[in-house]
Design a protein around this ligand. Structure first.
Ligand SMILES: Nc1ncnc2c1ncn2[C@@H]1O[C@H](COP(=O)(O)OP(=O)(O)OP(=O)(O)O)[C@@H](O)[C@H]1O
Ligand SMILES: [Mg+2]
Length: 241
């Protein structure tokens, strides 16, 4: 899409404090489309919290999130409270983002198709278009035959793929995936990695948090977190010598 083709996401001095403890600090990061970016680091290093910030689901305690290149989004036109760390960027991002949760976040009792369609309905996508996108997204992850099944009865890997389909159905300008392949067999992992690559090539920002070396190696760039900070200055090119 042309509107998304110039999208980039910039984090400046982002920090998050939870339960009185800083869990992210001083994150400066520019994420651009073209190829998926891997987000990796030890358990507890802050990958999930950073995913939530990147997807606009968690406004940072400090710093700024800018979504650039989406003309319809008033970047920086936020609440304007002066001392608010989030200048409205998170709101803008959340309207443009698709988030694949580590815990899937499916609604029990609803079918796979109903779960995928829910966020489309919330964004007022017309029903026929929502149905088309839902069917396509489920087919893309190999679940076309399971569309009408309640998610409660699906396997772990099938449920994970419903969560992935739900995010792709939004065709998001920013796609953030938190450990999206942890429960997938090698064939389905490959299938999903190809979807991420195609989405990034299509002008979208794609971030994949994972500690699976094969997933990290499939991405074009890698961001490493350690104890809530970037393990090395990632934005600038390494200095010669
Ligand atoms: N709601 C919360 N309240 C307090 N601390 C939290 C909260 N959520 C996360 N944390 C802390 O923030 C830190 C980072 O957690 P996070 O879930 O982002 O790690 P992670 O890198 O995703 O780990 P994993 O690989 O195990 O998924 C951890 O020390 C965690 O205990
Ligand atoms: Mg995590």
């Amino acid at each position: 899409m042309s509107a998304a083709a110039r999208t980039s996401l910039r984090l400046e001095g982002v920090g998050v404090t939870l339960g009185g403890r800083p869990v992210l600090d001083g994150i400066d990061l520019v994420l651009e489309p073209g190829e998926p970016v891997a987000l990796t680091g030890p358990s507890g290093s802050g990958k999930t919290v950073l995913c939530l910030v990147l997807a606009g689901a968690l406004p940072p305690s400090r710093g700024r999130v800018h979504l650039q290149g989406l003309l319809e989004v008033p970047v920086g036109a936020g609440a304007g409270t002066g001392d608010a760390a989030d200048d409205g960027g998170s709101d803008a991002v959340s309207r443009s983002a698709g988030l694949i949760l580590q815990t899937h976040g499916l609604v029990q009792g609803l079918t796979a198709a109903e779960n995928v369609a829910l966020p489309l309905q919330a964004r007022r996508v017309p029903p026929a278009e929502a149905a088309r996108r839902t069917a396509q997204a489920l087919a893309d992850v190999g679940l076309e035959k399971h569309a009408a099944r309640p998610v409660d009865g699906l396997s772990g890997g099938e449920r994970q793929r419903v969560g992935i389909a739900r995010a792709f159905a939004l065709d998001p300008a920013v796609l953030v995936a938190d450990e999206p392949t942890a429960e997938l067999d090698p064939g389905n992992r490959e299938r999903v990695l190809r979807l991420f690559e195609a989405h990034a090539r299509n002008g979208r920002v794609v971030v994949v948090a994972s500690d699976d070396p094969e997933v990290v190696n499939s991405c074009g760039r890698t961001v490493v977190l350690e104890h809530g900070t970037l393990a090395y200055p990632w934005v600038a090119a390494p200095a010669a010598g």
